[in-house]
Design a protein around this ligand. Sequence first.
Ligand code: GLU
Length: 305
Amino acid sequence: MSRGRFAPSPTGRLHVGNLRTAIAAWLFARSEGSEFLLRFEDLDRATARLEHEDGQCRDLEALGLSWDSDPIRQSDRLDRYEDALADLGRQGLTYRCWCSRREIREAASAPHMPPGHYPGTCRNLTAREVAERESSGKSPALRLRTDAPDVDIVDRVHGPHREVVDDLVLRRGDGTPAYNLVVVVDDAAQAVEEVVRADDLLSSTPRHAHLFDLLGLPRPTWAHVPLVLAPDGDRLAKRHGSVTLPDRVAVGDTPGRVVAVLAASLGLAVPEVEVMPSDLIDRFSPDQIGLAPWTLLPEGVNDRW
Ligand code: GLU
């Protein structure tokens, strides 16, 4: 059976942008008769907390979203990521990198590389240069060795998308495996066939496609749903006010009303009539999702919130 998933970072209650993505991901899966899985991306030890997993599950349940087996947690799976790194290492595709962010920013980028891509400083160090860096005592990051290929994907919302894949970080200097690696290992391990998430990650997806290929894993399909923006035009965040489900309930909304407003933003409902996601399965079609971000207006200014 085909599978979709939602993979939040347990850093607090889900805000309405996360909830909208969750509803969309659930509808993609359920409208195709697919299973739906949950995964907690908790590798950022500074922000991830166990209690937030519980709060996020309660938010999803309150909105009527269901999942098919116990959620998995990335911090339980570090050995899997090390296995993938070892696999890439055996293929000669990894190298250690001691560069700081500042050094990378200040280095001239190679002519064919878009700005911000890794300039390749540590790619071909001599034994002596390696010894110097090792004696600095600084722990190196691990990078993927690429030949800067153009990698193409086809997104179900955005259509064809191409990026140059540079020598991305696979494991940070502090030992934490990088998102771009773990997302690939986990989506493959959970046999996810359709990845639905917010479109701030669209530009990272060719990196994932490249890693799927290198690890000999089947690529899923991708659908990147436009972000929710705050009234100030920034990506929605907690600082923007009453943006979580408990916040909305505290100001008098019901979960059914929250679903209605979010579903209306996806062209599936009207904001005034409470609905549950299960009411939307038959109306859902990926083609209804436009490319424009959805901007929340200041509270009280329109009929949204
Ligand atoms: N953990 C990411 C987030 O909460 C989502 C990553 C993904 O869906 O691949 O934004």
